[in-house]
Design a protein around this ligand. Structure first.
Ligand code: ZN
Length: 264
């Protein structure tokens, strides 16, 4: 009984184990086959995927490279324009500096011009003033010459110390008389015009001191009637200059004492 049971168990076990073994082998083989089949299918699928992925990667790389290049180009362009802008800014700064300098120079020139204009105006004013002064001096010179011309005639004559007579009492008064003519020796200015503005005329014109107004008629004893029309710086007091047409006549008259009286 025991042996039978043991054998049965063995058989059973053996059978079972053989079956198990067989099943295991089958399963292994089957799995291997499946695996090989799956492996084949799977490898085929993987190849396409890989190609697609590879293509995608290549595309990505190309687009990355092109983007990089584009960026580089853009960067270069930006750098170029930045440089250009910098250069232009520098030029602008230079131009501004030059403009400022030119403006300053212009302002300086304007200031100088204003100064020069003012100086010119001042100079013009001074010139006008000087011209006026010169005119005044000229007229003074003319008057002085007239006075000198009536003064210098007759050479050196001692000054008459007699008291000037302003009396109009009809009596004859002694005068120191000198002949003169319109020549350069007798008169510095040969105008022939007397200090009173009349044309000097022989037989009428005499020069006397300011005590005798222009137009005063006098009578010189033995010579006739004369009119006071001229003056002279040296003709003071009892002195009279008698006008002649020629220097010779004046010289001939010379210097002598006359007696005259005032008629009016
Ligand atoms: Zn003369």
């Amino acid at each position: 009984m025991k042996k039978n049971f043991k054998n049965l168990l063995k058989n059973l076990l053996g059978r079972k184990s053989r079956k198990v073994k067989k099943a295991k082998v089958y399963n292994r083989k089957n799995n291997l086959r499946k695996k090989s089949i799956n492996h084949g299918k799977h490898s085929k699928k993987l190849r396409w995927d890989r190609i697609i992925v590879l293509l995608c990667i290549i595309g990505l790389i190309i687009s990355f490279i092109s983007l990089h290049n584009e960026n580089n180009n853009k960067k270069n362009t930006i750098t170029y324009y930045n440089n250009q802008t910098e250069e232009l800014n520098n030029e602008l700064d230079n131009t501004k500096t030059k403009l400022e300098e030119t403006t300053n120079q212009l302002n300086d020139t304007n200031t100088k011009l204003t100064e020069t204009t003012n100086q010119l105006n001042d100079a013009n004013t001074k010139i006008t003033e000087l011209e006026g002064t010169i005119e005044n001096l000229n007229s003074e010179i003319t008057e002085l010459k007239k006075k000198t011309s009536t003064t210098s005639r007759g050479g050196t004559i001692s000054r008459n110390t007699a008291t000037p007579s302003t009396e109009n009492d009809g009596t004859y008064i002694a005068f120191e008389a000198t002949g003169y003519c319109p020549c350069a020796k007798c008169c510095d200015v040969q105008t022939g015009i007397t200090a009173s503005g009349t044309r000097a005329t022989a037989g009428r014109t005499v020069a006397m001191s300011k005590n005798y107004a222009f137009g005063t008629n006098i009578e010189i004893k033995g010579m006739g009637t004369y009119v006071v029309e001229d003056r002279g710086g040296a003709i003071q007091g009892n002195r009279i200059d008698i006008y002649f047409d020629s220097h010779q006549e004046a010289l001939n008259f010379g210097r002598r004492t006359v007696y005259l009286k005032v008629l009016n």
